[in-house]
Design a protein around this ligand. Structure first.
Ligand code: ADP
Length: 257
């Protein structure tokens, strides 16, 4: 396909995403896989599959972002996730504002300016408690698949407060709650509240310029979106495919910008 402008690669700590865009900036192909230990080998395989599917060669620029971006030898260049998420979401939603990106191992609050570039940001990559990992540990402990967590948390009005601010201690708290016969859905609701509390305090530190927007894999969790909206009294809007926004932004910046 000669209309392919660029391929964006988001080599994340949890998932690897590839997005190809045409010259108009529309997505023509996408792939998402759990990140494997040899991310450079995995990305090479995904790139070859994308090129074969679209009938293009290595001449099409490939722009890498994400945690593992510097390992991707085949990339034409690499860009930060902050720049790429901002660009992807700006293009998809057409709005400046405050973007919250919650991935598997970090979370970020990014102010997107009127031209789609980040004007300010804050990042948490030190503590798992404000990230998708926090919910994944819980999911494993309660035997609930990650894609069902949000729905289960929203299925009850009961809530078990989780007081620990650390993932490891929160897990011990969950074990005690289970032993006391607490409702797993009420535990899940408390865990979501705890994650959202941490994210919202970061949002307040950066300051909210409406609208609030959400990207990253955790944006697929409806309980997170609703609880952020409740805590901030703001509408929270999502791009079409929030988990692909980093790869999409990278592709846009490599092709049509
Ligand atoms: P990264 O880019 O940091 O590798 P992602 O943005 O892909 O991470 O986010 C991964 C996280 O997204 C996982 O930790 C998981 O909590 C969450 N997630 C992935 N898929 C879903 C889903 N269908 N529903 C809810 N949460 C999800």
């Amino acid at each position: 396909m000669s209309g392919v402008a660029a391929i964006g690669i988001d080599a994340g700590s949890t998932t690897c995403k590839l997005v190809a865009v045409d010259r108009g900036g529309a997505i023509v192909s996408s792939r998402l896989e759990q990140t494997e230990p040899r991310v450079e080998v995995q990305v090479q395989r995904m790139l070859e599959a994308t090129r074969a599917e679209l009938g293009v060669d290595g001449e099409v620029p490939a722009i890498a972002t994400g945690y593992g971006r510097k390992l991707i030898k085949d990339a034409t260049r690499n860009l930060t996730e902050i720049t790429c998420h901002a660009r992807g979401v700006f293009r998809d939603l057409g709005r400046a504002g405050t973007l919250v990106d919650i991935g598997g191992q970090d979370s970020k609050v990014i102010q997107i300016g009127d031209d789609g570039r980040p004007v300010d940001f804050m990042m948490n990559d030190k503590c798992a408690a404000g990230t998708g990992r926090f919910l994944e540990y819980t999911a494993a402990r309660l035997g609930v698949p990650v894609e069902e967590l949000g729905g289960r948390a929203l299925s009850t009005n009961q809530e078990e407060a989780i007081s620990s601010t650390c993932t490891v201690f929160a897990e011990s708290e969950i074990i005690s709650l289970i032993a006391r016969g607490a409702d797993p859905d009420a535990i899940l609701r408390g865990l979501h509240r705890s994650l959202v509390g941490r994210v919202v305090s970061m949002v307040r530190n950066v300051g909210i310029v409406a609208p609030l927007m959400l990207s990253g894999g955790v944006a697929r969790n409806e309980a997170v979106r609703r609880m952020i909206a409740d805590a901030t009294a703001e509408d929270v809007i999502l791009p079409r495919d929030p988990q692909l926004m980093g790869a999409y932004g990278a592709a846009l910046l490599g092709g049509t910008a």
